[in-house]
Design a binder for this molecule. Structure first.
Ligand code: NAD
Length: 318
C-alpha cells in the first residue's frame, strides 16, 4: 500500500484533511485490474446481489449508488426489490436462492429491514463466503480472532484511510465512541488488530468527554449531530468522524457551522454534519475526516473491494 504524507503526533497549526475521495479513487484503481484478471481467468465478472426491502428513500439512494459503482467497475450487480410487507420466511428464501447461484459472489441485504423482519436470522442465512458486509456471526468471529475474512465496509475503510495517510496506529490510544455491530464494535476490533490500545465508549459512559480527551485517535460513530466538541478533542489528535446527520434547523446550524458554511445552509435549507463539531475539529485536530467527503466515499469502495475479494476466494483466482 502506498503511504503518503506521514502525520506528526503533535498538534499542528494547520490540520490535515483526510480526503475520502482520494482514497476511494485509489481503491477503485486497484479493483479494475482484479476484475479484468477474474474475467480472463474465471470467464466471468464478479457478481454482487443487493436485496432491498421497502421504499425507504435513504436505502434506495444507497442501493442506487452501489449499483452504479459496480457498473463503473465492471462488476455484475443485481438488485432484488421486495415490498416492506415481505415475511422473514420469504426473505430467507431469496437469500437461499442467491446462496446457491454460482455466479453470485457477494450478497448484501440493505439495512435497516422493517421491524417485523428477524434481521439477525436473515443476516445469519447469508453464506459466510458471500457475506460482503461481514455481518454474519462466522465473519464476526474471524474478525474477533484477527483472522482473514470479509470485514465490515465502513470500519475497514477507516483503517484503509489511516494507512493511506501514514497515520500510525500501533501503540496509540484509540477511543471509539459508539458500539454498534456495524461500525463501533468492528472499528474497535480492527484498531486492536493494528496494535492500538482501544477504549470503547457508548451511551452509558459517564464522562464521555474525559475519555475522548485521552485519545490519540478519536473515532466518532454515534449518530448525534456535532455531539463531540472542543471538550472531547485532545489538541493534536487524529479525528475520524463516521457520523452522517442532516441538519435542517437554523438554530442548530448556528450552533454548529462556521459563517461560510452557514451561508451554504441558508442557500440549501439543510446541511450534513458528522458527530463532531466541524469548527472545533478543524481547530484542534492534527488530521481529520470532513463530513461530507471523509469516511462516506470509502464505504461503497470497500464494498466493491470485498466483492472482488469474495469472488477471488470463490473462484481461486487471485
Ligand atoms: P447506531 O445508532 O447503531 O449506534 C450508535 C452508537 O452510539 C450506539 O452504540 C450508542 O451506544 C452510541 N451512543 C448514542 N448516544 C451516545 C452518547 N450520547 N454518548 C456516547 N455514545 C452514544 O449507529 P451506527 O449505525 O453505528 O452509525 C453511527 C453513525 O455513523 C450514524 O450517524 C450513521 O449515519 C453513520 N454511518 C456512516 C457510514 C458512512 O459510510 N459514513 C456508515 C455507517 C454509519
Amino acid at each position: 500500500m502506498r503511504i503518503v504524507s506521514p502525520i506528526s503526533a503533535g498538534p499542528s497549526s494547520q490540520a490535515k484533511i483526510l480526503d475520502g475521495k482520494t482514497v476511494r479513487d485509489q481503491i477503485k484503481s486497484e479493483i479494475r485490474p482484479r476484475v479484468e484478471r477474474l474475467r480472463s481467468h474465471a470467464g466471468r465478472a464478479p457478481g454482487l446481489a443487493v436485496v432491498l426491502v421497502g421504499n425507504d428513500p435513504a436505502s434506495e439512494s444507497y442501493v442506487r449508488s452501489k449499483t452504479l459503482t459496480a457498473a463503473e467497475l465492471g462488476i455484475h450487480s443485481e438488485q432484488i426489490t421486495r415490498p416492506a410487507e415481505i415475511t422473514t420466511e420469504a426473505l430467507l428464501a431469496i437469500v437461499q436462492e442467491l446462496n446457491g447461484r454460482e455466479e453470485i459472489d457477494a450478497i448484501l441485504v440493505q439495512l435497516p429491514l422493517p421491524a417485523h423482519i428477524d434481521t439477525q436470522r436473515v443476516l445469519g442465512a447469508v453464506l459466510p463466503e458471500k457475506d460482503v458486509d461481514g455481518f454474519h456471526p462466522f465473519n464476526v468471529g474471524l474478525l474477533t480472532m484477527g483472522r482473514p475474512g470479509l470485514k465490515p465496509c465502513t470500519p475497514a475503510g477507516v483503517i484503509r484511510m489511516l494507512k493511506h495517510y501514514g497515520i500510525a496506529m500501533a501503540g496509540k490510544h484509540a477511543v471509539v465512541a459508539g458500539r454498534s455491530d456495524i461500525v463501533g464494535k468492528p472499528m474497535s476490533l480492527l484498531l486492536l488488530q493494528e496494535n492500538a490500545t482501544v477504549t470503547i465508549c457508548h451511551s452509558k459512559t459517564p464522562d464521555l468527554a474525559a475519555v475522548c480527551r485521552t485519545a490519540d485517535i478519536l473515532v466518532a460513530a454515534i449518530g448525534r449531530p456535532a455531539l463531540l466538541n472542543a471538550n472531547h478533542i485532545r489538541p493534536g489528535a487524529v479525528v475520524v468522524d463516521v457520523g452522517v446527520n442532516r441538519i435542517d434547523s437554523r438554530t442548530e446550524a448556528e450552533r454548529i457551522f462556521s459563517p461560510e458554511r452557514l451561508a451554504v445552509f441558508d442557500k440549501n435549507g439543510s446541511l450534513l454534519v458528522g458527530d463532531v463539531n466541524p469548527v472545533d475539529m478543524a481547530r484542534l485536530a492534527s488530521a481529520y475526516t470532513p463530513v461530507p467527503g471523509g469516511v462516506g466515499p470509502l464505504t461503497i469502495a470497500m464494498l466493491m473491494s470485498n466483492t472482488i475479494e469474495a469472488a477471488e476466494r470463490r473462484t481461486g483466482v487471485a
